[in-house]
Write a protein of this length. Sequence first.
Length: 565
Amino acid sequence: MNKENETDVTPSNFIREVVKDDIASNKWEGRVHTRFPPEPNGFLHIGHAKSICLNFGLADEFGGQCNLRFDDTNPTKEEDVYVQSIIEDVKWLGFDWGDKIYYTSDYFAQLYDWAVQLIKADVAYVEDLSADEIREHRGTPTQAGKDSPFRNRSVEENLDLFERMKNGEFADGAKVLRAKIDMASGNLNMRDPVLYRIIKAHHHRTGDTWCIYPMYDFAHGQSDSIETITHSICTLEFEDHRPLYDWIIDTLDVYHPQQIEFARLNLAYTLLSKRKLLQLVEEKHVAGWDDPRMPTISGLRRRGYTPESIRDFCERIGVAKANSTVEMALLEHCLREDLNKRALRLMAVLRPLKVVLVNYPEGQVEELDSPNNPEDPEAGSRKIPFSRELYIEQEDFMEDAPKKFFRLAPGKEVRLKSAYIIKCEEVIKDSSGNITELRCTYDPDSKSGGATAGRKIKGTLHWVSAQHAKSAEVRMYSHLFTKENPADDKESSDLKSALNPESLEILKDCKVEPALAEAQPGDRFQFLRMGYFCADAKNYLSTAPVFNRAVTLRDTWAKIAKKGS
């Protein structure tokens, strides 16, 4: 087992140690200023949650501040709907940036001026080669690249061409601005990287003011510099980009933050690539970015995850320098631990089987007392109706039961939760042989306080009164993919071969106790013996309440952690 995931070990966070050392040495005059810089080209996912918790968490821990900055440098892929979803997700996770919300587009004029400064210093030039030709000239990791025939244009010509690019005189892709660094560098990112490209598209904030846009590698460091960031925290794939980050800032001779890379989150049985998640949405393999099967923060929220459970998960997995894959079971464990403390215990029968208590008085209704949450002494109890006709789960009855089947069977007894002991006397079937009803008797002295209440019965079942039950729709979710690492699937570029055809099961006409009919979107419950469920936030298409199963009761991670400790 990966040691960083053990629940009884303090999670590692090497960046926290870097920050502590910097404070001790007064490197940044005691300041801690981080930023979370998402691209508004999709919804945030659980991997982004790790970065959010890291950046905002460090700022909170050390009395600093964290900016929310949108890296909006590609108008063809960015939309305001993504901006709003990101703001909502970060707030929902429990973090606040105050008035520190920024956009890279705020800095377009300054970035353009800096690009001109590089041209004047003769370390940037306008390139006429196509994207494919630039790629061919760049070489390979073992073979040096070759200079562009346009590399030695004069400063005056480059200034003129760059201004004409800004003025819209050239078509998309006709020209780019490149840095003049070293085509023989062992780091491909330093082989005259592209700094600006032409994109004649409407920008969600600046409209049609600009038709040239900076590349991420050019905008990233300068945006950090403008905001006087101290610790520019990036995922590990940007480690090879750090020399370029440093080169641009040093060449411009501006404030220089420190870029630090950490291992991104890889989660088993899911994808954490916005491009591939967008593919799932566009090809309608899922019902949008907030489909509860998606690893997006909005999908996890709709499914029933709590911000506390996600923050706990991000803290437990730690911050490391080496990539690794985290088990989905740990994320589910964090949710169970959180909901176990506060979720109300209610009863819902997902696949109903009718039970008639033949010796219970017709027309009689009792109000029985049932605890709301045994783990929470303050949760109290509620009254639930009990009557002659009930529903139990189909799987809780077996006609030819094995010896160790401790649920209901002909001639056997079970206890109904917070109610009576019942005994199956007769099985009713339809003309096809399907079981439609059970005729049972009940022990009137077996409820709490009765003469036979202490009688030992091995099986306890949940139930609802048929007369008072409300109908509901329940959606049962499992992994969206059948493969642990679907991103590595070589069989199909569109991921279809890895999709789980049984990732969603919809159960209609489930029967729930009356209190659940009043559930509000986002309310979370434990359905006794069935798992943790959340009232769906998009149940407007249904006349009955809709509940999403957030997680099962069975905790595999707790067993894994115990075995590995």
